[in-house]
Design a protein around this ligand. Structure first.
Ligand SMILES: C[C@](O)(C(=O)O)[C@H](CC(=O)O)C(=O)O
Ligand SMILES: [Mg+2]
Length: 296
């Protein structure tokens, strides 16, 4: 039997951590980028909540997307690759029963792991000001609902705390400990402003800690080595490729208008052959040729 998505995620992490490296989790906003990330060797992928909102709906990351919106994008990725996928479920998409449903549907969609956060339902990006958080007990209730809904015990429920900017470091660490006690499989310590802060979490926790290396936010961009040295088990790059794709696309759009030709930007493009290689296009074509050879 092939191991479950959750089991594959856990085993990727174990293998990396045994080599004294945190597991890198690369953001992929769609099926094709998930294929590219996988084929260059990434062992874990991420579907960003901000990515779904921004890329699929043209919306800001303010809790406006639904479970079904995120599920659809997640399913497209898990259909295209076997690489274990961590999905951002924001605050879980509702109360206890909704959270349970979120977990069941994510599991059925072949997702390996989710992270659920302690912001109020009217959430914001973790790196923006004026966040509000729910009480520890309300977040523990969210976690209990999520954990209880797991079918595969290897499915990962990661608890994210956004508490640092609201209540300070000690309170954020206290929350992480409470979430571990409630049974969370892993902790996402969001928007830390100093690398030593990770150590405060990893020193007191037994479960793995994730560091979010999102660009242009509250956290400096530390290397995997720096993060491993403060005990971090996973490093997330939620929107790195997306941001680069956007800048490249904008440059093309601008040049089309300015120059009346794409001449100056063709060499910034992935070629047809490169695209087809990642898609395994030629094998599909050969299948087609074989299938319909008799008709010729
Ligand atoms: C990780 C995150 O939750 C996401 O949705 O990708 C965002 C990333 C970002 O906005 O840079 C967050 O950190 O809140
Ligand atoms: Mg998010």
């Amino acid at each position: 039997m092939t191991p479950s998505a959750g089991a594959r995620f856990r085993s990727a992490m174990k293998q990396k951590n045994e080599k004294n490296q945190p597991l890198q989790i690369a953001g992929a906003i769609n099926a094709y980028t998930a294929m590219m990330a996988t084929q260059v060797g990434h062992q874990a992928l991420y579907l960003s909540g901000a990515g779904v909102a921004n890329a699929s709906f043209g919306l800001p990351d303010l809790g406006m997307t639904s479970l079904d919106n995120v599920l659809e994008d997640a399913r497209r990725i898990t259909d295209a690759v076997d690489t274990p996928l961590l999905v951002d479920i924001d605050t879980g998409f509702g109360g206890a029963f909704n959270i349970a449903q979120t977990i069941r549907k994510m599991e059925k969609a072949g997702v390996a792991a989710v992270h659920i956060e302690d912001q109020v339902a009217q959430k914001r990006c973790g790196h923006r000001p004026n966040k509000e958080i729910v009480s520890i007990s309300e977040m523990v209730d969210r976690l209990k609902a999520a954990l209880d809904a797991k079918v595969d015990s290897d499915f990962v429920v990661m608890a994210r705390t956004d508490a640092l900017s609201v209540e300070g470091l000690d309170a954020a660490v206290e929350r992480a400990v409470a979430f571990q006690e409630a049974g969370a499989d892993m902790i996402f310590a969001e928007a830390l402003t100093d690398i030593e802060m990770y150590r405060k979490f990893t020193d007191v926790l037994d479960i793995p800690v994730l560091a979010n290396m999102t660009e242009f936010g509250q956290t400096d961009l530390y290397t995997t080595e720096q993060l491993y040295n403060v005990g971090v088990g996973m490093v997330l790059y939620p929107l790195s490729a997306f941001r680069a794709m956007n800048k490249a696309a904008l440059n093309v759009y601008q040049h089309l208008l300015d120059d009346g030709t794409q001449d100056k930007v063709v060499d910034t493009m992935q070629t047809r052959m490169e695209l087809y290689d990642f898609l395994n296009y030629h094998e599909f074509e050969q299948t087609l040729d074989k299938l319909f050879a008799d008709n010729k």
